[in-house]
Design a protein around this ligand. Structure first.
Ligand code: PMV
Length: 342
């Protein structure tokens, strides 16, 4: 969509989080957010984030939470957003697409994601911004891979939102544009649900940006990098053939492996809580006794994502609702980030 070619400069983009089946943890280049290894996720349809941008004389950001209340940006998140904009201009310049790109932009973010619930809001926010920055381009429309790069520069996992369904983020060579998304199968191929159990809503103490930068201090990191190509192959095959058992085996193996790396890096990061471990144990028992197609996975927090098939959804939802002192959210396979107006 070429906003600038119509002389229209107010752009609204929409996106949602994704949940990784093969996790991204650690970078080969922290400043450019180039991941150390490939990753793969399911894009979710809920909750959504909208970003509205327009050219401005100074870079400004206003942000509103899920209740519509303005949430002032702290210094660190302001710097991250500004750096993302600067790197985005640098990338557009490097591909000869900087004509018509304003010097600065004014951004308004409206997030439907409740804070600290273990759903990656950064993926939704930065994929929204990547989508919006891409629509500023005056020349030939960007490819979805180029939009993915614009998103990835802000948050590695955001690079997996520029396609719908199941998306890999893959490394290709060197430089700012050398990691981008590729669709494995689209959102119509296999409907899966993500029943999200949130045991705690405390803000996490160490965010993923700091965590990625120290991943290589774990003695298990090298072995993790060696295992990922095989896991990627198995995960892709499981998705293409809709083999749930295979998907379950490989994604749980990878999630637990990522957490072992986190726990053994310096300083160690322990994101999982007693409640997380209890939920995992109980779902393992239930899956066996009731023959359910359900798998668990956790990102940088105690929240447990229970990914299941349509047939197993009812039982998994009932299990989730029975968890004491937990909040439950429901999402399913979703679409790519997109432009809403212009
Ligand atoms: O995109 P980031 O920097 O927020 O990193 C995401 C890291 C994990 O959520 C833990 C894993 C993943 O692949 O989404």
């Amino acid at each position: 969509m070429l906003a600038a070619s119509f002389g229209i400069f107010m752009i609204t983009a929409q996106s949602s989080p994704n949940i990784a089946l093969i996790k991204y943890w650690g970078n080969r280049d922290d400043a450019l957010r180039l991941p150390a290894a490939d990753s793969l996720s399911m894009v979710l349809d809920f909750p959504t984030v909208q970003a509205h941008i327009e050219p401005a004389t100074t870079f400004t950001v206003r942000s509103y939470d899920h209740a519509g209340i303005e949430k002032p940006q702290n210094e660190a998140s302001m710097q991250r957003l500004k750096k993302h904009w600067e790197l985005s201009k640098q990338f557009l310049e490097s591909i000869g697409q900087s004509q018509g790109i304003p010097q600065e932009v004014s951004i308004t973010i409206r997030s439907g994601i409740p804070p600290a619930i273990g759903i990656a809001s950064s993926a939704a926010v930065f994929s929204c911004l990547g989508e919006a920055y891409g629509a500023l381009v005056k020349g030939k429309a960007l490819t979805r891979e180029q939009v993915s790069i614009l998103s990835r520069i802000g948050s590695g996992s955001a690079g997996r939102n520029s396609f719908g369904g199941y998306v890999a983020l893959k490394n290709h060579g060197e430089g700012i544009g050398s990691a981008y998304g590729r669709q494995i199968v689209d959102e119509h191929h296999w409907l899966l649900h993500d029943i999200i159990i949130v045991p705690s809503r405390e803000e996490k103490k160490v965010g993923s940006t700091e965590g990625h930068a120290l991943a290589s201090t774990s003695p298990l990191f090298k072995e993790r990098l060696e295992q990922i190509p095989r896991r990627m192959r198995e995960c892709i095959d499981a998705l293409q053939t809709k083999d749930f058992e295979k998907l379950q085996r490989v994604s749980e193996e990878d999630a637990l492996d990522m957490h072992r790396v986190m726990q053994t890096q310096t300083p160690p990061l322990e994101y999982l809580s007693d409640a997380t471990h209890r939920i995992i144990r109980d779902i393992e028992k239930l899956r066996k006794s009731d023959k359910l197609d359900v798998l668990y996975t956790m990102d940088a927090g105690p929240t447990v994502h229970l990914i299941c098939t349509e047939d197993s959804r009812g039982a998994v939802e009932t299990f989730a609702q029975q968890q004491k002192d937990c909040i439950v959210f429901k999402a399913k396979t979703g679409n790519a980030s997109s432009i809403k107006n212009i």
